[in-house]
Write a protein that binds this ligand. Structure first.
Ligand SMILES: NC(=O)C1=CN([C@@H]2O[C@H](COP(=O)(O)OP(=O)(O)OC[C@H]3O[C@@H](n4cnc5c(N)ncnc54)[C@H](O)[C@@H]3O)[C@@H](O)[C@H]2O)C=CC1
Ligand SMILES: O=C([O-])CC(=O)C(=O)O
Length: 340
């Protein structure tokens, strides 16, 4: 019996992500939580005749003592028995904002939700989508550490959309329709220049002239902005993110069931994953997105692909690491030094 939980299930990402989960033969129970409208989304999805049984839980409207208890009970019911918890809760960007501008609101939301995960489903795989991922994953780790239930193999920052974009943009540039045949590792973090696509490691190999390469790297790094601009105030990527989030969740669930050879880039706490120490040493950061081999217990092995980066990519990595360190520190300090 596999129970999947979506926290933030009524949102732009949450709804299509929940739909994809409802279509999945890998999920038996789909539990949806949000501060608004999750019972409605759950009822809607429950009319689809697929395997997953759907349940919806919503926070109380107010914040008085009785209502706080009601909200806590809803989280408890949503999370108890979860095998995988996917978190797209939080505010999205508007034009002119960076992902870091979301920290002020989303840091608290992620802290609050992970506190509940630590209490009610401490052994679940946790997939953090809420931005800024470079900071929300360290926040999640610190909350789990404080609760004494941190398992680095089970905490993932979802960076799959960067991979999806890289694969699709390369296929586009080569005039090919099928992006699924490309495998492109995207490493680092999930914002602007912390996103580093390693096109030199593309399988099957591709080769672009310098001017094309610059444009391609920029498009992957700032693909999110392209969507924010096009949506013109109505939010950021939701449908492509739902697809990417589901692709990653499915990979985690398949590996948990024993399927071998599944590798996906994801933002992890390196010292807690086999092979991660060498990468942490090389980058000087504890968190980094790298291709990770997934297994029955989550992140089985971090693959040190960055040691294969060419000179052009090494420069990109240097810039990424600098920015990433600031983001990681902000997340860690949010929990460790809350007054600052
Ligand atoms: N990791 C990635 O690659 C990507 C991350 N994102 C991020 O995902 C997040 C969600 O984006 P959208 O779905 O477009 O936003 P949205 O505003 O459409 O949906 C967010 C949902 O979270 C809910 N929510 C807020 N506080 C909550 C709480 N305390 N508990 C439970 N639910 C809560 C809201 O009620 C809403 O339904 C944003 O932070 C966005 O930046 C977006 C795209 C890609
Ligand atoms: O750009 C944003 O704010 C949303 C996001 O993370 C992405 O689309 O990659």
């Amino acid at each position: 019996m596999v129970k999947a939980v979506v926290l933030g299930a009524a949102g732009g990402i949450g709804q299509p992500l929940s739909l994809l989960c409802k279509m999945s033969p890998l999920i038996d129970v789909l539990s949806l939580f949000d501060v608004v409208n999750s019972p409605g989304v759950a009822t809607d999805l429950s009319h689809i005749a697929t395997k997953a049984h759907v349940e919806g839980f919503v926070a109380a409207k107010g914040d008085f003592k009785g209502e706080q208890q009601e909200t806590e009970d809803a989280k408890k019911a949503a999370l108890t028995g979860a095998d995988i918890v996917i978190i797209p809760a939080g505010v999205p960007r508007k034009p002119g904002m960076t992902r870091d501008d979301l920290f002020k609101i989303n840091a608290g939301i992620v802290k609050d939700l992970i506190t509940a995960v630590a209490k009610y489903s401490p052994k679940a795989f946790i997939l953090v989508i809420s931005n800024p991922v470079n900071s929300t994953v360290p926040i999640a780790a610190e909350v789990l550490k404080e609760a004494g239930v941190f398992d680095p193999q089970r905490l993932f920052g979802v960076t799959t959309l960067d991979v999806v974009r890289a694969e699709n943009f390369v296929a586009d540039l080569l005039g090919q329709k099928d992006s699924s045949k490309f495998n492109i590792p995207v490493v680092g973090g999930h914002s602007g220049n912390t996103i580093v696509p390693l096109f030199s490691q593309t399988q099957p190999p591709v080769d672009f002239p310098a001017d094309k390469l610059d444009g391609l790297v920029h498009r992957v790094q700032f693909g999110g902005d392209e969507v924010v601009k096009a949506k013109d105030g109505a939010g950021s990527a939701t449908l492509s993110m739902a697809y990417a989030g589901f692709r990653f969740a499915e990979a985690v669930l398949k590996a948990a069931k024993g399927e071998k050879g599944i590798v996906e880039p994801t933002f992890v706490y390196l010292p807690g994953v086999e092979g991660g120490d060498a990468i942490a040493k090389a980058t000087g950061t504890d968190y980094f997105a790298v291709p990770v081999e997934l297994g029955p217990n989550g992140a089985a092995k971090a693959i040190n692909i960055i040691s294969k980066a060419n000179d052009y990519e090494k420069k990109l990595l240097d810039e990424a690491i600098k920015a990433l360190k600031t983001n990681i520190d902000a997340g860690v300090n949010f929990i460790q030094k809350p007054s600052k």
